[in-house]
Design a protein. Structure first.
Length: 281
């Protein structure tokens, strides 16, 4: 079993847990277990080791990436690696994370025994004037670049006009991203098995403008109508760029998928534990 180690470089507890996992892998190697580990190179100045190598995350070839942090750390791995990913949660909510810190060593052992399943999560592929930008595992967000000044958008699905929207922005969410920004903006929570993209306006000017769920086999086109103000396109909170009136923005289902490692299936169990129960408690 080949592991990639992808810790959050600044999260409290990530470094200590990384060393704990490294020590466990060393013990397994000494016992003759067929296991290896490569560390993401941005940790090279934080982790001291003469046994394990460092590589850019894009070059780590692993059966599973161990992501230590919160949902953002896991999404970072989705963005930069095609390896299956498992999340070890040291964040606050960690809806996508599978393992709590106290269970990290047990989780490594279960992975070695191949006691896991892989969920395939859809992504959104975006073109700006025919130029591809990074795929979104969570969402593509187009926001007004001027706070308190709404932007005007026109949306088409498969070349058919859907509506004009005046709002602070629009979220185009995958089912995975439906429990993130889209949920906070009033969107629906989507079962990750659904093959859809959800469009959620952010603070629309008209009450009649509501979220719309679109088959992800469709091509979504967005135009910015305001000639005076630019907008900002943000993907998963990592990538951002300015977009303006004449830019053509197209979104479709990506050919790439995110591979999420789970020990148990059950989206609704996780929904209840992470979202409903925390509120009820």
């Amino acid at each position: 079993m080949k592991f990639g180690l992808v810790p959050h470089p600044k999260k409290k507890g990530a470094l200590a847990l990384s060393y704990k996992i490294l020590s466990h892998i060393e013990r397994l190697e000494d016992k003759g277990v067929d296991v290896s580990l490569t560390i993401s190179d941005y940790m090279e100045d934080k982790i001291e080791t003469d046994r394990f190598t460092f590589k850019p995350i894009e070059r780590i070839k692993a059966d599973v990436n161990l992501c230590i942090g919160g949902d953002g750390t896991l999404l970072y791995s989705f963005q930069h690696s095609g390896n299956p990913v498992i999340g070890i949660n040291i964040g606050s909510l960690g809806f996508l994370m599978e393992v709590e810190p106290q269970d990290a060593i047990k989780a490594v052992d279960r992975l070695i025994r191949k006691e896991y399943i892989i969920e395939r999560r859809s992504k959104i592929h975006t073109l700006i004037n025919d130029e591809p930008v990074p795929d979104a595992a969570n969402e593509v967000v187009i926001l007004t670049s001027t706070p308190s000044k709404i932007q005007s958008f026109e949306i088409y699905v498969d070349m058919e006009k859907v509506q004009r929207v005046k709002s602070d922005g629009i979220i185009f969410s995958t089912p995975t991203g439906s429990t993130c920004y889209a949920m906070s903006a009033g969107g629906s929570i989507l079962d990750p098995r659904l093959k859809v993209i959800q469009m959620v306006p952010i603070s629309p000017f008209r009450l009649s403008i509501r979220p719309i769920i679109i088959p992800d086999s469709s091509t979504i086109s967005l135009k910015i109508l305001d000639k005076r103000r630019a907008a900002t396109l943000v993907i998963d909170g990592f990538y951002r760029r300015s977009v303006k009136h004449k830019d053509d923005i197209l979104m479709t289902r990506s050919k790439s998928v995110g591979k999420l490692v789970r020990f148990e299936s059950g989206f609704y169990r996780r929904y209840h534990e992470k979202l409903v129960k925390k509120v009820e408690d």
